[in-house]
Design a protein around this ligand. Structure first.
Ligand SMILES: NC(=O)c1ccc[n+]([C@@H]2O[C@H](COP(=O)([O-])OP(=O)(O)OC[C@H]3O[C@@H](n4cnc5c(N)ncnc54)[C@H](O)[C@@H]3O)[C@@H](O)[C@H]2O)c1
Length: 347
């Protein structure tokens, strides 16, 4: 089986997604299939996948510990070692069954093993369904810096079936919502209006995914317009690294969006009204997550952000609803001022 024989769309989403995948698998039976999951998705999602796609019962399983710490060179080496021991060839299909940690890690390992083997993402967290599993970015963390080593590499397909969400913990669900709010704020004003009027519901997954797909199609290698998806991520990634695992990715992004909205208002890139509307919406949905932070602790990690240019700190900041400014340079003083304003609101 090669990526070229695939007749699966880039994204298959909705209640029949697993059924579509099963039909495809029957027609394109790969020589060998390996499933990558973490211990949580092994427990909760693997039985669901087997129930819908029984022919996977003979697949080999590779299991990692759950959590960001598995997105490491050591675990990548363990996966390559296991693939080698399983005599995986270029025709082996790797199925990444899990949240964004698994899709990033599995995509990365598949992209490099024997210069690339086909892989399919089956995202099981909301965050991976709307964001991490879509768009071809893969990575591991290195020297405590998020996503420092990675590739752009596309799966054969991403199979998004909401059936997996039944067992997703509430804290993880909220993290996924943070990415939906992000996509809406900078790229889909109508989705933003729905979110603020009715709140999030799984029916909006498709809208968020299509919005991300549209952005990725225009700029697959993030040379310009795709950078809008980094809204909230300059502060968010630094915070995530500084907090060393105590803050989840989506939680860090929710805080990052609030602070970066403040920064956009201070730089006069958005009106105060839009700033207040966004911050109120974030406050309403993410009040349990928004806590004061230590701005000083972020400095080291901000310096290592991949988006930095010529040692300047670069942001993607909101413009009018559904639009974004990219390559905005902000000084450390401006950033600390926005963090101070945020901390004042959180007291
Ligand atoms: N590649 C990209 O474009 C992109 C975009 C956004 C985020 N990311 C990456 O994604 C990662 C975060 O993704 P995440 O929030 O999905 O984290 P995750 O993969 O760690 O999943 C969160 C937790 O939920 C558990 N879980 C997942 N699905 C479950 C289910 N259905 N039932 C029960 N438990 C389940 C996992 O085991 C884990 O404990 C970060 O590493 C981030 O850098 C990548």
């Amino acid at each position: 089986m090669s990526q070229r024989t695939s007749s699966l769309p880039t994204i298959v989403s909705g209640k029949n997604a697993l059924k579509t995948f099963q039909t495809w698998l029957r027609k394109n039976a790969p020589e060998q299939t390996v499933i990558l999951c973490d211990s949580n998705t092994l427990q909760h999602c693997w039985p669901v996948l087997l129930q819908h796609v029984p022919q996977l019962s003979s697949a080999a399983l590779i299991e990692t510990d759950p959590g960001e710490s598995s997105k490491s060179l050591e675990i990548a080496a363990y996966i390559w070692q296991t693939l080698t021991e399983q005599a995986a060839t270029r025709k082996t299909l790797l199925i990444n069954l899990g949240g964004g940690m698994i899709t990033d890690l599995g995509g990365f390992c598949a992209a490099l093993y024997k210069r690339g083997i086909p892989f399919v993402h089956i995202p099981t967290s909301l965050l991976a369904m709307v964001d991490a599993g879509v768009g071809g970015k893969t990575a591991i963390d290195f020297m405590a810096v998020k996503n420092l080593i990675g590739t752009f590499s596309n799966p054969v397909s991403t199979i998004i079936d909401p059936v997996f969400l039944k067992t997703l913990p509430a804290r993880e669900w909220l993290c996924g919502e943070a990415e939906v709010y992000k996509i809406a704020a900078v790229a889909n004003a109508s989705l933003w209006r729905t979110l603020t009027k009715k709140g999030f519901s799984p029916e909006l997954i498709e809208k968020a995914v299509r919005t991300k797909q549209r952005i990725v199609k225009k700029d697959p290698y993030e040379k310009n317009s795709r950078q809008c998806l980094n809204f909230g991520h300059t502060i968010g990634h630094a915070l995530e690294s500084a907090k060393q695992g105590t803050l989840l990715h989506g939680e860090a992004i929710a805080i990052g969006m609030y602070i970066e909205t403040e920064l956009a208002a201070q730089l006069k890139l958005i009106t105060r009204e839009w700033c207040v509307e966004m911050q109120q919406a974030l406050m309403w949905r993410f009040d349990t997550v928004l806590q004061p932070i230590d701005g000083e602790a972020l400095r080291h990690f901000l310096v290592h952000d991949k988006k930095n240019q010529k040692h300047k700190l670069v942001f993607a900041l909101p413009a009018q609803p559904g639009h974004c400014h990219i390559n905005v340079v902000a000084t450390p003083t401006q950033i600390q001022k926005a963090i101070a304003a945020y901390n004042k609101c959180m007291k």
